[in-house]
Design a protein around this ligand. Structure first.
Ligand code: AMP
Length: 205
């Protein structure tokens, strides 16, 4: 069963440093949908000193994942808002664990809005390390210091990479070689998402 209509609903799963923030911004603009970045939501709340910010600040500083329950609530609100405002979304940085993926799927089924596709960016670890070390010195992100960077890559391998199999088995995974110029990655991502959108989302896979 497919839904051939509507705006794009897609997920972007990639290790730190793969360029997912930049690409998600471009892709959401191209498709006219909301860009939901859980990392951006958390960083904004930390900067503003909100209750959520005080809850998650230490996790971000250590490069650990915020507990699934906290993330789930944020995503539910952001997805509901995205559907009201643009009718679609590009989720950047969520899900990051198998339980998050399962609860995202349950929510999507409940709302009748399962995703059209799941992009993943493939970049060698040595390239990620080099990019992240450069980014830390440029914009001073507190989670972009050498030891934290290595830890975040390890957390990705241990907790997030297993999701790729989960989505592959559901026929949703779209791997993109992201060790290439940014514009090439954008072009391939757009082409792949156009195809996924045209095919419609598998509702009961
Ligand atoms: P990002 O900007 O996507 O690299 O996220 C920055 C940080 O926010 C991560 O290192 C985590 O501490 C936290 N974070 C963002 N998204 C999630 C998520 N889906 N689950 C748990 N923690 C998250």
């Amino acid at each position: 069963m497919t839904e051939g209509d509507g705006r794009l609903r897609a997920l972007l799963i990639a290790p730190p440093g793969a360029g997912k923030g930049t690409q998600a911004e471009r892709l959401s603009t191209h498709f006219g949908v909301s860009h939901i970045s859980t990392g951006d939501v958390f960083r904004r709340d930390v900067a503003e000193g909100t209750k959520l910010g005080r809850q998650v600040g230490e996790y971000l500083d250590r490069g650990d994942l915020v507990p699934d329950g906290v993330v789930g609530e944020v995503v539910r609100q952001e997805v509901m808002r995205a559907l009201r405002e643009t009718g679609g979304y590009l989720l950047d940085g969520f899900p990051r664990t198998v339980p998050q993926a399962e609860s995202a799927y349950a929510l999507a089924l409940e709302l009748g809005i399962t995703a059209h596709g799941v992009l993943t960016y493939v970049v060698p670890r040595a390239v990620l390390l080099e990019r992240l070390l450069g980014r830390g010195s440029e914009d001073g992100r507190t989670d972009d210091e050498a030891a934290t960077i290595r830890h975040r890559l390890d957390v990705y391998d241990a907790q997030t990479a297993p999701l790729l199999d989960y989505y592959d088995q559901r026929g949703l995974l779209i791997p993109i070689d992201a060790d290439r110029p940014v514009d090439d990655v954008t072009a391939d991502s757009i082409a792949a998402l156009e195809r996924a959108l045209a095919a419609g989302s598998p509702v009961s896979s």
